[in-house]
Structures are given as structure tokens and as C-alpha cells.
Design a protein. Structure first.
Length: 157
């Protein structure tokens, strides 16, 4: 289980929530997954994003899979995974950062999330705390991650 931050390419004349509803309405859990089919623009956005993260944040590991391009960030603040398919991205942060330990990883996740929006043209939203990535407060998200991680450590350990 992870803390997830979602990014979507919002459909024309629609909001993020309307786009998400439309995607959900045609989702078939029994259908075979379709391999990613990135446009040149999607690929260029990914390349800009990874280069910018390397320049401004630090080292990452990237790999291409049949269904997504994946980036792993292991930095001083912690670890997270970013998956990109051209029309959507998710940032997944493990629940292993209790209390104040959540602040550095969440600050980095939001910083990179804003880069996703700028370089890939996607809109980000953190449904865990009901706030957009672009204007959201990282400490609100860090508090939620820290509380959930503390609860998981105390309850599930």
C-alpha cells in the first residue's frame, strides 16, 4: 500500500474530476492491458522531465516497461516511484515515513509533481488530502503521510 498522487491529461472542456469519471466509466477490469503507445510529444515530455529532475533534484533510475515508463527516486528524503504512460502519471510513496520523517519525501514528491505538470502537460491532484499539486501545501500532505505511516507501524507491525 502506498500514498498516491495522481496526474491526468484533462480532456478538453472537462475538469480533472470529469476526466477521471469518464475514464472510470469505460474501464473494464477484465480487459487485457494495452501497452503504452507514446506519441513523440509524450516521449519528449518524459525526456524533459527526467533531465530536469536529474539537474534540479538528483539521480534517478528509469526503466521502460510494456505499460509505463517508470522512475525511481532514492534521495536523502526517501524513496518513491513515478509511473508515466503519456496520459497519466502516479507518484507512489511507501508508508514508511512516520511523523516528521514524511516532510522531506513529500516536499520532493510535490516538487517533482509540479515538474510533471510543467513538462508533460498533466494536471496533478492529491486525493488523499483533497488538494491540487500545483497549489497544494506539502506540509498538509506530509502530515497525512506521517500519520498513516505511524498508524501502520503501530498497528500492523
Amino acid at each position: 500500500m502506498t500514498y498516491n498522487i495522481m496526474f491526468l491529461r484533462v480532456l478538453p472542456e472537462r475538469t480533472l474530476d470529469e476526466t477521471l469519471e469518464e475514464i472510470a466509466s469505460v474501464y473494464d477490469p477484465d480487459a487485457d492491458l494495452k501497452p503504452i503507445d507514446l506519441t513523440d510529444e509524450d516521449r519528449a515530455g518524459w525526456d524533459r522531465l527526467t533531465q530536469r529532475i536529474l539537474r534540479e533534484v538528483g539521480p534517478v533510475i528509469t526503466e521502460e516497461f510494456p505499460y509505463s515508463l517508470t522512475l525511481w527516486r532514492d534521495g536523502p528524503g526517501g524513496h518513491f516511484q513515478l509511473d508515466y504512460d503519456g496520459n497519466s502519471t502516479t507518484i507512489d510513496i511507501p508508508y514508511r515515513y512516520p511523523g516528521s520523517e514524511a516532510s522531506p519525501i513529500m516536499a520532493e514528491a510535490y516538487r517533482i509533481g509540479r515538474m510533471v505538470e510543467e513538462e508533460c502537460g498533466l494536471e496533478g491532484y492529491d486525493y488523499e488530502v483533497e488538494q491540487p499539486v500545483r497549489t497544494g501545501e506539502t506540509e498538509v500532505a506530509a502530515s497525512r503521510l506521517g500519520d498513516l505511516a505511524r498508524w501502520a507501524r503501530q498497528t500492523l507491525a
